[in-house]
Design a protein. Sequence first.
Length: 258
Amino acid sequence: MSKQVRNLEDSLGFPLFERARNGLRLTPAGSELLAASQPLLLALKQSVARIRQSHAGNSVSVICTQAVAHYWLVPRIELFNQVMPGVTVNIMSTNDMDFSRCADFDFGILYGDGDWPGLEKSKLFDEVVYPICGPQFTCPDIENPADLLKLRLIQLDPEQWRWMNWADWFKHFECPYTPPSNMLIYNQVTLTLNACARGQGVALGWDFMLREMLEAGQVRRLGPFQYRTGRADYLVHRRNKPLNAVATAFKELILKSL
């Protein structure tokens, strides 16, 4: 091990450890490399675990965004667990989504136009976006999209993900828009919806997230306007990797739940 460490230090061109009679301790450079490598090692460990479970044939793994996992997938996982209680379900939620990341999982849920090379796809839901507010939020009747500009707007930070924002919304309805000075901006969809439900203002809501909240009366639609973007979320899996029995059952259940 000592020889391997010295070879690594020679390759890097700087020491990783300070050597003393009572042992070794990391140099500042070594500490920095350790901090940078730990997330990578954890991701590698998790990937190995997923691959082992996949080869065991008694598990299914899915990668998707945090919003899809929280608001859409989790209720369906509960149903799958009832049907197949002995199966391990591994859900990886991340907003750093790309079609190439699906290769390490049985399934991915991808947002877009459905054009991803090497992936089989099944549409789950279309993207439909409309304004929402809390049940106690008071405002005049909304007769056209421009009326929304008179209200306090809540926005989900588009830098965190490719979310539609208010500028996109008003552009679609050909309505002039200047960001208001009193806008509330949150970087997570759960915070945005919570602020909206608490009456802090009007937010854009995605239909796939809101069905349970609308039925429970936690939020309500504001006005009759909605934007169908033409994009959708799809369940995808690799075309060159046949699904095992567990993965096939998972896919069938997900599609039947639509």
